[in-house]
Design a protein around this ligand. Structure first.
Ligand code: AMP
Length: 226
């Protein structure tokens, strides 16, 4: 559960685009009883709603670039203050740079909290491009499928909510390559940041979906978190 001996559990999920953060986060949330806060979902909703944030974010997202630190830090850390995060949260997609990781540390420290565990889902780069070409998400809630490794029961229909499955605009091959080139180096800085703090656990992200979930839960449990 979220509270461990009165404490709040904050888990960060790390991985390159396509490593499986968005698939693993809800599975972990269900098992640990704490909500997921996904920066990509937050931004995609702002884009769909046409808010000023969405218009700004879209300029970067559509090119596979990171949204500027000061923008995402402000928006995401606000979200973390929401009442549903009182017992903790699983952070999916944030932090993505060292600046963001330090901003998160500072906000948590003010509240007497900290990142308890950072789970790094490690997948070789060459596997990621293939995965993303086959990724489809549902239009209603962003549920994630893979046409090869995790296909829906009915072609291009979400089996959880019946909405249509589409390819994310930024999953087109050219954009995927730009995302990898721009996002992997700062990701490795963030991995290093949590390694230094002694909270990093690494799992092999090439395993079956359920096996990755179990590996993460075991690693968190060994660390006294789950
Ligand atoms: P995701 O769904 O996590 O792959 O995020 C989709 C896109 O949103 C990324 O390619 C970035 O353009 C943007 N984004 C999401 N989270 C962040 C973040 N923490 N910092 C900067 N940009 C982000």
């Amino acid at each position: 559960m979220g509270r461990q001996g009165g404490r709040v559990t904050v888990i960060v999920l790390l991985g390159a685009p396509g490593a499986g953060k968005g698939t693993q986060a809800p599975a972990l949330a269900a098992r640990l009883g704490i909500p997921v806060m996904a920066s990509g979902d937050l931004l995609r909703k702002a884009v769909a709603d046409g808010t000023p944030l969405g218009r700004e974010a879209d300029r970067y997202m559509s090119r596979g670039q990171l949204v500027p630190d000061e923008t995402i830090v402000r928006v995401f850390l606000d979200r973390l203050e929401a009442p549903d995060a009182v017992d903790g949260a699983i952070l999916d997609g944030f932090p993505r740079t060292k600046v963001q990781a330090e901003a998160l540390d500072a906000v948590l420290a003010e509240a007497g909290r900290q990142v308890d565990r950072a789970g790094y889902i490690d997948v070789p780069l060459e596997d990621l491009v293939t995965r993303m070409a086959n990724r489809r998400i549902c239009t209603a809630n962003g549920h994630i499928y893979n046409l090869v490794s995790n296909p829906p029961q009915v072609d291009l229909v979400c089996q959880l909510d019946g909405s249509a499955l589409v390819q994310r605009a930024d999953d087109a091959e050219e954009t995927v390559r730009a995302r990898m080139a721009q996002q992997v180096p700062p990701l490795l800085d963030v991995v290093d940041h949590y390694k230094r703090q002694g909270v990093l656990v690494t799992v092999d992200g090439r395993q079956e979906i359920d096996a990755v979930t179990e590996a993460l839960l075991r690693a968190f449990a060994d660390a006294g978190v789950a």
